[in-house]
Write a protein that binds this ligand. Structure first.
Ligand SMILES: Cc1ncc(COP(=O)(O)O)c(C=O)c1O
Length: 268
């Protein structure tokens, strides 16, 4: 039931046309990353990991024996050099962790083009896509004609991390190998939380919850922007990342201002 609901959710929110057989429920996206690393990597394979980024990604790739190289978010945005080669590239294109930026459509298409030419797998970590402020952007997975993208999603952000439910969406070519690997590793997760979450989605509660939380976070964001504009920080530019705000040049005063902003937020 959960996989069927995810198929519908991914089609409406992420523009992904997949069937349930391409979906694997995992213990958060951390386990999803681990499975992908186990399946694809051999010792000393090169893996490019976006920087700044979630440290757990590089750690899991290293644990699989890969040579990890950082790739700056700016390089991803400007286009990777044609000669650059790697087995995998790990990115959070919908919302960079921790800056919150979104890769432009042009940059995402250029990345796919590069990956297809280099026969590189892209691991799209969509950890934080649900609460973006504008229209949801199409997942990289949905844009890849040659199925070079492996997608990971999670309920840690939208529900709670201790639920430990995430998912992997695989290109068809990787499904048989991954099912075999899963069989060796854990044979699947406990069914009860999956069934409960599936029912929660099927009965419309999950989409209502997302809508409510989006409105709440929007209110908090506005309260934060108001607090910043009324503070000494107002001279610094606030860059709208479309998925939240980042400061151009962080400074120590931010900590003080954030404290006063969080007091206003608590009142919302
Ligand atoms: C970008 C990113 N990816 C993956 C994870 C792992 O999340 P989980 O295993 O809880 O789904 C995190 C956790 O903070 C994260 O920030």
């Amino acid at each position: 039931m959960l996989r069927d609901e995810l198929v519908k959710h991914l089609a409406t929110r992420r523009g992904m046309q997949v069937d349930a057989s391409q979906l694997l429920i995992t213990s958060g996206s951390q386990q999803a990353l681990h499975f992908v690393a186990e399946l694809l990597l051999r010792p000393n394979d090169k893996v490019l990991v976006e920087s700044p980024g979630y440290p757990g990604t590089a750690a899991v790739m290293r644990a699989a024996g890969a040579k990890v190289e950082s790739i700056s978010w700016q390089s991803l945005q400007q286009g990777l050099p044609t000669g650059l080669k790697a087995k995998c590239l790990c990115v959070t294109p919908s919302r960079n962790f921790p800056l919150g930026h979104t890769l432009t459509l042009q940059a995402r298409l250029a990345l796919l083009n590069w990956a297809e030419q280099q026969h590189c797998w892209i691991i799209e970590d969509d950890f934080d896509c649900e609460f973006a402020t504008g229209q949801p952007i199409t997942a990289l997975y949905a844009l890849s004609k040659e199925q070079r993208v492996i997608y990971t999603g999670t309920f840690s952000r939208t529900m709670f991390p201790s639920l430990r439910l995430g998912y992997l969406v695989l290109p068809r070519a990787l499904v048989p190998g991954m099912l075999k690997l899963r069989g060796y590793q854990d044979g699947g997760l406990t069914r009860l939380p999956q069934h409960t979450l599936g029912k929660f989605m099927a009965e419309g509660y999950y989409s209502r919850h997302l809508k409510k939380m989006r409105q709440l976070y929007q209110q908090r964001r506005e309260a934060l922007l108001t607090a910043i504009s009324a503070s000494p920080l107002s001279a610094l530019p606030v860059i709208d990342a479309g998925a939240g705000c980042t400061w151009y040049r962080p400074c120590r005063r931010i900590a003080r201002i954030s404290r006063s902003a969080s007091n206003s937020i608590r009142r919302v």
